[in-house]
Design a protein around this ligand. Structure first.
Ligand code: ATR
Length: 274
């Protein structure tokens, strides 16, 4: 029987996940389909029951369901328990769902792909303390990085460290970013500031990495500014594909699928949006 997969969210129409997964499904000659399905906020539990009855093998989950699916899943990975959000569901033999979070390993493999292989002992400046920051902080803390978390709302930076990290880390206000950026080995921007066209002013980068987990138009102004200031600017498209690869491996086992062809397809699609 054909394996059915889907990404659920609202909005979900522009999700690149179907293209990423279909690149692998077609490339490997598998009998599987991957759709994008709009599920409005508040309908998470009902939708999951329906998908289980319709024999979906796995789901990716995007806004606004990443937290809500945790309530409905019967089995949570250790990362999901800490982060409080899941982006990957797998149907278990009894028809209930197992929840995983592949954003955390996805970030680490995206960094590794661009030759940042060992963050242990490095000082990583993380901008933002919202939902997207949680997976990043969990992964970086586990990998042994020294973190500085800066947020517009400082109390949230302190709280997110407490809930997602095992070790203690520095935190502060985004208003002091220039001062903190001077001592960072790399910066990871998890804020949604780019969606309103804003960007943060950076000091000279001297070739250090500025990694923005967003991509396309919301990332453009910030990454342009980072490049102008001498940072090595990278967008989050690699992370999107790497987290998808981790989901694919959870569903089908075996090796991680090949990142590069799926990433090339995504880059082409983003170009066509401009
Ligand atoms: P997501 O799930 O994308 O992380 P979120 O949980 O709403 O979304 O978090 C958004 C993050 O971007 C927060 O850290 C937010 O800062 P606050 O906690 O102070 O709200 C940050 N953010 C959003 N817009 C911003 C802006 N214009 N300037 C600075 N930080 C901003």
């Amino acid at each position: 029987m054909m394996d059915r997969l889907a990404v659920i969210g609202d909005p979900v129409g522009h999700s690149l996940s179907p293209q990423i997964h279909m690149t692998w499904i077609d490339g490997l000659g598998m009998d599987a389909s991957y759709e994008s399905i709009r599920v409005p906020a508040g309908e998470t539990a009902d939708a999951l029951e329906r998908f289980a009855q319709n024999s979906f093998r796995g789901l990716n989950v995007t806004l606004p369901h990443k937290q809500a699916v945790v309530e409905s899943a019967s089995d949570l990975s250790p990362a999901v328990k800490v982060i409080g959000a899941a982006n990957t569901l797998s149907r278990k033999p009894d028809g209930t769902w197992r929840a995983d979070n592949t954003d955390a390993p996805g970030l680490m493999s995206a960094l590794s792909r661009i030759n940042v292989r060992d963050v242990a002992g490095k000082t990583v400046l993380v901008l933002g303390a919202g939902g997207a920051a949680r997976a990043a902080l969990y992964a970086l803390d586990e990998a042994g990085a020294g973190l500085i978390v800066l947020n517009r709302t400082v109390e949230k930076a302190e709280k997110v460290i407490d809930s997602c990290c095992q070790r203690s880390h520095e935190y502060g206000s985004l208003a002091d970013m220039e001062q903190y950026a001077r001592k960072a080995d790399l910066i990871i921007n998890t804020t949604s500031a780019g969606y309103t066209g804003e960007h943060f002013h950076l000091p000279q980068g001297d070739g250090r990495l500025f990694f923005d987990i967003s991509y396309g138009k919301p990332a453009a102004a910030q990454l342009d500014h980072a490049s102008e200031c001498g940072w090595r600017a990278e967008d989050g498209l690699g992370m999107l594909v790497c987290q998808a690869a981790e989901s694919f491996r959870i569903w089908f086992g075996g090796e991680l699928p090949d990142i590069e062809p799926a990433l090339a397809v995504c880059r082409e699609t983003l170009k066509s949006y401009q």
